[in-house]
Design a protein around this ligand. Structure first.
Ligand code: GDP
Length: 296
């Protein structure tokens, strides 16, 4: 991921560091190239504009530090600005609430929601030693319920037994009750997805949210859909109040536009990224590491 952008930015910024003294024109010319590289990586226009404005303001006003060249100083400013754009610190899933803690998984169909639910459940079980119960609320697609049950067996996490004819809210309530009685720490609720953001979906998920009072509402979005992923996240956040984002298919995303725009556009952190189809292919998102990788 970020290959193209990384190559371009390294070339542009290396060009700067080779110069002895930098003029404002040098900086502006480099920033024009940076802007083009970010747009080619499919970063949202508003984000690109604000990014280059901030770098310019800091670069022009910066005091010259003797130990580094002016070019290196600009590289540092670009790095810091990238970190700020991505969200300063790595965020983790917050389980700091009385158990059972509900985690509501939301997103469009095909985004990787069910797979990600199982990945997170596995991580919470094996790494964080939590007792996790998963439940599928996809009442319209029995296959999705089956899929979660199969994944649950695969990762060694229990799923709520399927009862035909219940509504999403009824299943969610049953899951919370079962978790309370069974002494579970975490309940992961895999909500139904639709092909597009629609009113019916939002109403249903809002009802589930009201009934379960989740501590985290995680929006799962497909990085390969670029700016559509960012717009989807914004729409879900406006209606449901998202607490974090999981960006899937980062393994296939060479450009990285969704990852780079998500925080700046939605104000919500990317908490985890999916990096493959396997149940272990889940990683934390560390803004400073990502910025380092981009700058090579
Ligand atoms: P849902 O409809 O949102 O629940 O999506 P699924 O969980 O069924 O995932 C759809 C497809 O995407 C499946 O084939 C998954 O294996 C695949 N998938 C999910 N996450 C990732 C990921 O991070 N990388 C890759 N390459 N594939 C993924």
């Amino acid at each position: 991921m970020f290959e193209g952008l990384s190559d371009k930015l390294s070339t542009i910024l290396n060009g700067l560091t080779r110069r002895g003294a930098l003029t404002e024109d040098d900086v502006n010319a480099a920033l024009r190239e940076v802007r083009r590289a970010l747009l080619e990586a499919d970063v949202a226009l508003e984000v690109v504009r604000s990014f280059t404005d901030k770098v310019r303001a800091r670069a022009v006003g910066a005091e010259v530090v003797r130990s580094v060249s002016p070019g290196q100083q600009v590289v540092k400013i670009v790095h810091d600005q990238l970190v700020e754009m991505l969200g300063a610190d790595a965020e983790v899933i917050d389980l700091n609430a009385p158990p059972p803690v509900a985690i509501l998984m939301v997103g469009l169909q095909g985004s990787g929601k069910t797979t990600t639910t199982a990945k997170i459940a596995k991580r919470l079980t094996t790494r964080d030693k939590r007792r996790v119960l998963m439940a599928s609320l996809d009442t319209r697609r029995p296959a999705a319920m089956e899929q979660l049950a199969v994944l649950g067996k695969q990762v060694g996490v229990e799923t709520l037994p399927i009862v035909a004819g219940q509504s999403a809210v009824q299943i969610a309530r049953r899951a919370m009750e079962a978790a309370r009685l069974g002494g579970y720490d975490v309940v992961m609720l895999d909500t139904a997805g639709r092909v597009t953001v629609d009113e019916g979906l939002m109403l249903e998920v809002a009802d589930v949210k009201a009934a379960t009072n989740p501590h985290e509402v995680l929006l799962v979005a497909d990085a390969l859909t670029g700016q559509d992923a960012v717009n989807t996240a914004r729409a879900f956040d406006e209606r449901l109040g998202v607490t974090g984002i999981v960006l899937t298919r980062m393994d296939g995303d060479a450009r990285g536009g969704a990852a780079l725009s998500m925080r700046a556009v939605t104000g919500k952190p990317i908490k985890l990224v999916g990096t493959g189809e396997k149940v272990d292919a889940l990683e934390e998102f560390h803004p400073s590491r990502v910025a380092n990788r981009i700058l090579g």
